[in-house]
Design a protein around this ligand. Structure first.
Ligand SMILES: Cc1cc2nc3c(=O)[nH]c(=O)nc-3n(C[C@H](O)[C@H](O)[C@H](O)COP(=O)(O)OP(=O)(O)OC[C@H]3O[C@@H](n4cnc5c(N)ncnc54)[C@H](O)[C@@H]3O)c2cc1C
Ligand code: SF4
Length: 337
């Protein structure tokens, strides 16, 4: 591990001022950043510890939704009364992730920004990785790509300078996407609010960038809109082991039902793309329709339209469709995970 400076911030403005210096990173629970520093993938010269900032609360907000401080630990968020009663989809997604010890450390801000688990990104023994080393190519395209993307990827072959088929590994981000969260940040140029759909990015021509966050911007809080899916939602995660494993495919499904008719829906997939993959086409196809297997199968087909698989992950296209149908079915039944 390279030497680095450590500073603890106690006021957001101090963190932002310190965070605008070159090669500085904010430190949440450290469960991702410190690993990447040990693997020599990330080498910040200064860490600003933001876990002592006054943003570790979950509160009801005036708009009728909930506001989650960026410093709220994943365990506290999953078990908070407002989240459990109004946003069980988010609680389920958080509890499907990592382990109790990791969830006790991990923060909401850090979870939003956790980096891909692509083996070729995380291991500097592989020189080809456009995300880690822009322009170097992509080791995953012709490598072991079981956990990689099937939607929205950039594929110009293994030597393409912008090729990347990495996935966003977070469970929380998938639920936040289906719920329509908004992320509030503050940086050297002031405050701004970013809908979650505009926060994470597809690789495009710059796979080294995971999000639209600008250098030095600190995540302050996340707003959830008024709850629509408290009664009918389900987070379904398919993975190689029942615990302590990242998703091969996951689905966050929320239904607002009037009898058996779908008034509105929220649907997002994890493990399939560089960002949580919300499907407006599927949500639109569900709206106004009866909550039946036929409706769910049609939505699943739309959510996976245009998917492209590779040698080791083509199975995910069918798996994802089945996971969508199952998650919607359980959501409609009001089953709690
Ligand atoms: C063995 C293992 C298994 C795991 N399994 C899962 C799983 O199944 N599902 C899942 O979703 N996750 C899983 N995780 C990942 C875990 O959820 C993340 O490591 C965690 O959420 C990151 O949060 P953190 O607070 O520790 O972030 P940190 O490691 O502290 O930081 C991560 C990034 O966020 C930045 N950051 C932190 N706070 C802020 C802020 N307020 N503003 C701006 N930037 C900030 C940091 O600079 C850094 O770039 C696993 C991790 C491990 C080690
Ligand atoms: S998929 Fe992306 S992160 Fe993985 S090796 Fe290719 S460029 Fe790097």
């Amino acid at each position: 591990m390279n030497p680095f400076h450590y500073q603890r911030a106690t006021a957001p403005i101090d963190a932002i001022q310190a965070g605008s210096a070159k090669n500085t990173k904010f430190l949440g629970g450290g469960t991702n950043l410190l690993d990447l520093m040990k693997y020599d993938v990330e080498h910040p010269s200064t860490l600003i510890d933001v876990t002592h900032l006054p943003f570790a609360e979950v509160t009801a907000n005036p708009a009728g939704g909930a506001t989650i401080g960026a410093g709220v630990r994943n365990s506290d968020l999953a078990n908070h009364a407002i989240i459990r009663s109004q946003y069980p989809l988010l609680s389920q997604a958080l509890l499907a992730g990592a382990s109790p010890q990791l969830r006790n450390m991990a923060t909401t801000g850090g979870n939003l920004l956790q980096r891909t688990r692509c083996y070729y990104f995380m291991d500097i023994a592989f020189p080809e990785c456009n995300k880690r080393s822009p322009g170097s190519g992509c080791g995953a395209i012709q490598g072991f790509n079981r956990i990689h993307a099937i939607l929205g990827q950039t594929d110009h072959g293994p030597t393409g300078p912008d090729t990347c088929i990495a996935t966003n590994p977070s469970d929380m981000n998938v639920a936040m996407s289906a719920l329509g969260a908004t992320i509030h940040v503050q940086g050297p140029k002031g405050k701004r609010s970013i809908p979650i759909g505009d926060f994470h990015r597809l690789p495009g021509k710059e796979p080294q960038l995971d999000t639209t966050l600008q250098p030095g911007e600190l995540i302050l809080a996340i707003d959830l809109p008024p709850a629509r899916f408290a009664k009918n939602s389900y987070y379904l995660k398919t993975r190689d082991r029942q615990s302590y494993a990242f998703a091969l495919v996951s689905v966050a499904a929320g239904l607002d039902l009037d009898g058996n008719t779908i008034r509105s829906a929220g649907l997002a997939l994890g493990g399939v793309a560089h960002k949580p993959w919300r499907s407006p086409e599927a949500e639109h196809a569900l709206t106004g329709q009866p909550a039946t297997p036929e409706t769910f199968r049609k939505a699943a087909g739309l959510a996976l339209a245009g998917a492209k698989g590779y040698v080791h992950n083509a199975f995910k296209i069918e798996l994802a469709q089945q996971t969508v149908v199952r998650a919607l079915t359980l959501a409609a039944q009001g089953v709690q995970a």
